[in-house]
Write a protein that binds this ligand. Structure first.
Ligand SMILES: [Zn+2]
Length: 297
């Protein structure tokens, strides 16, 4: 039936039989009654293996689907339980949602993608969910991505740095892949043990393949990198090179400014009466250094 295909497409569901669509006047939402197709039925919610039906569970259940225009849409179905030879009695898998969650896969994927593109308030307002829900959705979508993708594949040149949050009270160590320009790992902490966690995850064989590591020059990073990736070239990252150069330049500028000010005082005192012109000349010199160029950091 064309209507069925249309509803499947609108809701972003597969292997699903659309039984009935109604508008719930009380909740002001669109309610789509569905059931899994016969092949998708009676499968363990954890491993997906087929098993004998156990009971009807807690009866009908609802899952939030993507909004249709301005109207919220919900999928409603039985949530029966099956017996799995590995996992025992569990709620049966449903093809439109991950196990034991209240949103459809299409909803999850949309929220996870939005979280990478927009601000926190954009995601929560547009999708009409709490920020905590966004966190849970990101975690489960990412778990699926991790199961099928190897984010450390082909990693050769990495950058290690730390970022602070909570007003410099807490730190995260982050690792980026310079070739793909992607963040590949992050964890709370700011010491060699934290960086060691990354290398543990990477594994000994892959550590040997790392050719370059950029960092901010912190000793604890340098020593753990030397220990775990002995073949890698350790380099200072451009951000810190520019920062150090700017700080060095500031120091030189301050010295020159102090010299010029001292010179202005000497010139003034060399005259019996304070000479305003000499003082002004010294001031002009010092002011040139004060307003000198500042490199971006
Ligand atoms: Zn199972």
């Amino acid at each position: 039936m064309r209507d069925v295909s249309l509803w499947r497409g609108l809701l972003g569901v597969e292997k699903t039989v659309i039984e009935r669509v109604e508008f719930d006047e009380e909740d002001q939402v669109l309610l789509v009654h569905v059931r899994p197709t016969s092949r998708a039925r009676n499968r363990c919610g954890i491993c997906g293996r087929r098993g004998p039906g156990y009971d009807a569970g807690q009866g009908r259940r609802r899952w939030r689907a993507l909004d249709l225009g301005t109207v919220q849409a919900w999928i409603e179905s039985d949530a029966s339980r099956v017996t799995c030879r590995e996992h025992g009695v569990v709620v049966a898998a449903v093809p439109w949602a991950r196990h034991d969650v209240g949103h459809t896969r299409a909803f999850d994927e949309t929220v996870a993608w939005l979280a990478t593109q927009g601000s926190k308030s954009t995601v929560t307002q547009l999708m009409r969910v709490a920020w905590r829900t966004v966190g849970s959705i990101i975690a489960r979508v990412w778990a699926d991505v991790e199961a099928t993708h190897d984010r450390f594949a082909g990693v050769r040149r990495i950058g290690i740095d730390e970022i602070s949050y909570k007003r410099n009270h807490k730190y995260l160590m982050v690792v980026v892949d310079h070739d793909t320009r992607r963040l590949i790992w992050a964890a709370p902490g700011r010491n060699s043990a934290t960086v060691g966690e990354f290398f543990d995850l990477l594994g000994e064989e892959r550590c040997k393949l790392i050719t370059h590591v950029s960092a901010d020059g912190a000793d604890f990073i340098d020593s753990i990198v030397a220990q775990r990736c002995p073949g890698a070239v350790r380099v200072a990252d451009p951000f810190h090179v520019v920062k150090w150069a700017t700080e060095a330049l500031d120091e030189v500028r301050r010295g020159a400014w102090n010299d010029a000010r001292a010179q202005a005082r000497t010139e003034a005192s060399a005259w019996q009466a304070p000479d305003r012109c000499a003082t002004k000349a010294g001031k002009r010199t010092s002011q040139r250094f004060e307003g000198g160029p500042v490199l971006p950091v």
